[in-house]
Design a protein around this ligand. Structure first.
Ligand code: SF4
Length: 215
């Protein structure tokens, strides 16, 4: 919580995750795999322009139209397939409504999501936390990097171990979980890059280990 408070004082509320509807958030969670958020924004903008931000339209539209719309997010053929698979699941099980899906028990829903092709733990947890409002902490590459560089977590811990750490030490509060991940994303993007910019970073008041080229 000390790290959270430091980042929160520095940045203020992040309002993470960006998205006007739970469905848009879920689509963004799939599109952001292996790419920067700025590329996802362009892809989502295209989906809106083409009036495709709807599960029924995504499965019914011409495949090439969908691929071209999401092209800025990279791996567009693979991601188009993943969006279609996710939308089919959403339609078949929950009438195309994230709000209906969100009523399901979190552990059952997480298992369902993890069984969908192309959805791993980070994407599943993004959807659970930000689209469904379930209390689950999202671990991303920045989380691993920031907390291992400060010697708080071992870089080699797996996803679940890192997640358990946050679940153990944070208050059980969805708002804090949402904001904390947003703050980590912003810190990673602004400062804790491959070559970190420690001298300007709000977390430089904490001891830094395992960080060779810090500047
Ligand atoms: S940039 Fe430096 S101070 Fe900031 S989080 Fe990364 S290692 Fe820590």
């Amino acid at each position: 919580m000390e790290v959270y408070n430091t980042l929160s004082d520095f940045y203020g509320p992040t309002g993470w995750w960006p998205g006007e509807t739970p469905f848009e958030i879920a689509i963004g969670a799939i599109l952001t795999q292996n790419t920067a958020w700025t590329n996802v924004e362009k892809a989502i903008e295209n989906l809106k322009k083409e009036d495709l931000l709807n599960p029924y339209k995504i499965i019914q539209c011409d495949r090439n139209q969908l691929e071209q719309a999401i092209r800025p997010s990279g791996y567009f053929r693979q991601k188009a397939e993943r969006l279609i698979i996710f939308c089919k699941y959403l339609i078949e099980k929950y009438d195309g409504k994230i709000e209906k899906m969100a009523h399901k028990n979190i552990s059952e829903l997480r298992n369902e999501l993890l069984n969908i092709k192309g959805i791993g733990p980070e994407t599943a947890d993004d959807i659970l936390l930000y689209a469904c409002g379930h209390r689950i902490f999202v671990v991303d590459a920045y989380t691993r990097r920031i907390f291992s560089r400060h010697g708080i977590l071992d870089e080699k811990l797996n996803y679940n171990e890192i997640q358990n750490y946050f679940h153990t030490y944070l208050p059980q509060d969805v708002y804090i979980y949402k904001e904390y991940h947003g703050l980590i994303v912003w810190t990673g993007k602004d400062y804790c890059r491959k070559i970190p910019k420690c001298s300007q970073c709000p977390l430089n008041k904490y001891p830094i280990f395992n960080c060779e080229k810090g500047g």
